[in-house]
Design a protein around this ligand. Structure first.
Ligand code: KG4
Ligand code: ZN
Length: 341
């Protein structure tokens, strides 16, 4: 991938992370993520609190990013921000801030689709990471989305399949809540699963037609299983936590890999990527490694763990692609919670 050296300021505020990054081409010069901890006590993101928290954090986050990059605002070549999809109140904060900055600094502005940014996060330059080659197949697994995408170019993407109910990250978080783990439970389940037996308990995930996914049945099956087990032994969760986490993780990852394999077969693509928060999961990464040993002709791409969950470097890098094609936004651009893919 050819590089140019423009400095892009990326702003991400779609959910509960206030993030600002500065990239030069595809290289990250600074990346600051201020995760909001106010939601932890509620077991999920409270939209109204998220937008208020973005307002408080956005200027300090920008200041920290500029300091980290040793740059001033006047040196920035352009501004990229998340237009959607996401929480409306949260998106409005980042969008208004980006528009205000672009106007005050007289810099070009680009509007980024958050999901495209997860998919293009593979182009963030990091030591030891190899970017995929177009066209590639990407499985995006985040807290709000689960989709299989044919990525023809940075601007041409086609959804091949998606979840018909819960997202994979949501499945991790809801299962974790039932186990008494704090939000977001995905990374904690990942850690605890390391010491557990993935084949100890069986949780079935319904088979869905074509390349779509379904995870809502999983929570019901976990709920009934835990109800019965804790009625017999009130200490069941506490004493079996490692095996429970490993087995739940195994069920989710098996469903994801199964569909990814079907999509690979259907498209014949040999370049495969995973992105989004759940792509940080070690169990999922291990499954990709197993697949690689079974079929060495395929190439697999994962983003560095720090860029799997929401960040602004992926917004800036996607902005870099948009700048190259001249896809600029005007001051009329508005946040869109349901921004089409
Ligand atoms: O991409 P992301 O930061 O935000 C959205 O765009 O939704 O994804 C957040 C989701 C959460 O559900 C979180 O529990 C999950 O990603 N997650 C993980 C891991 N790290 C984050 N799930 C499983 N294993 C992980 N290591
Ligand atoms: Zn995300």
């Amino acid at each position: 991938m050819e590089l140019n050296n423009q400095l892009i300021l990326g702003i991400e505020s779609s959910c509960d992370d206030t993030a600002v990054a500065i990239t030069r081409g595809f290289e990250v010069v600074a990346s600051v993520i201020n995760s909001q901890d106010v939601h932890e006590q509620f077991g999920g993101v409270v939209p109204e609190m998220a937008s208020r928290s973005h307002i408080e954090r956005i200027i300090p986050t920008l200041t920290e990013a500029l300091k980290e990059a040793k740059l001033t605002l006047s040196e920035i070549d352009g501004i990229a921000f998340t237009q959607g999809p996401g929480l409306m109140g949260s998106l409005v904060v980042g969008t208004s801030f980006a528009k205000g900055l672009a106007m005050a600094l007289n810099k070009p502005l680009v509007a980024v689709n958050h999901l495209h940014a997860h998919i293009l996060s593979h182009f963030i330059q990091e030591e030891g990471m190899v970017a995929p080659v177009f066209p590639y197949l990407c499985l995006t697994v985040s807290g709000g989305h689960t989709q299989l995408v044919l990525v023809k170019s940075p601007m041409e993407m086609e959804i091949l399949g998606k979840t018909i109910d819960d997202a994979a990250g949501e499945a991790f978080d809801k299962a974790g809540k039932m186990l008494g783990l704090p939000y977001p439970a995905g990374p904690i389940i990942d850690q605890l699963a390391e010491n557990g037996n993935p084949n100890r308990f069986t949780f079935s995930i319904p088979k869905i037609a074509a390349l779509d996914f379904s995870f809502s049945g999983l929570k019901t099956s976990i709920l009934y299983f835990l109800k019965k087990a804790t009625a017999e032994n009130p200490l069941f969760i506490e004493t079996q936590l490692f095996d429970l986490c490993a087995s739940i993780q195994e069920a989710i990852n098996t469903a994801l890999i199964q569909k990814l394999k079907e999509a690979q077969k259907a498209t014949g693509l040999s370049c495969i990527a995973i992105s989004g928060g759940v792509s940080a999961n070690q169990g999922l990464r291990n499954k990709l490694n197993e697949w690689k040993t079974q079929d060495p002709t395929l190439s697999f791409h994962v983003t560095h763990k720090k860029y799997c969950t929401d960040n602004a470097a992926m917004i800036a890098v996607t902005g870099n692609f948009l700048f190259e094609t001249g896809s600029f936004a005007t001051q009329k651009v508005a946040a869109n919670a349901r921004l089409p893919f």
